[in-house]
Design a protein around this ligand. Sequence first.
Ligand code: IMP
Length: 200
Amino acid sequence: MELWIATGNAGKMKEFEIQLRELADLKLHTQSEIAGFSPRPEDGKTFLDNARIKTKSLKAVRSKDWVMGEDSGLEVTGLGGLPGIHSARYAGPKASDSENVAKLLKMMQIRAVSDRSARFLCTMIVYTPDGQEWIFTGEMKGTIAKAATGQLGFGYDPVFIPEGETKTLAELGPGYKVRLSHRSKALKAFLEKLNEGAPA
Ligand code: IMP
């Protein structure tokens, strides 16, 4: 089976490759293989809206293929759920991961946030070759560290300490994430549905 993945995020793609590497019959493709491809802007109001926008953009040019995409982000309780769907652009339209992390820590300091609990959410969409839309979700709970630590992840990994752990995701590494992250849970649900028997 060939699966097209609607992402330009190298960190996410690395996690998908690790999690799916034992499936010898699965060949992964990404939107970057399509010259001139540019997804529609993610201007939805929910993770589901934005997952649909990016996945539909790729399905439009790979209509007969399996196409998967997801939208994910971090919700911090003491910030009323921010950065949420704005996670990738929290510090500005072209913000780097470290700029987003710096803004998050600064906002928590300015607002004297005492409740540092947070969660990552992922909404994944799969379009089957015959045009069905499947939706899967995943969540990972944790807390926000006082400072960034670790080099092994992307995005907010250096400040996210999963529930039951003392280290950040960027210290725990991708091996941890592919077992327990929000994205890996959504992906596992997709693989389970595939195993139940799906259109070829
Ligand atoms: P998206 O590519 O539009 O879904 O943006 C997701 C953004 O949420 C990323 O750029 C990160 O800032 C953040 N994010 C999502 N998942 C993770 C994760 O597993 N670790 C760290 N940050 C994440």
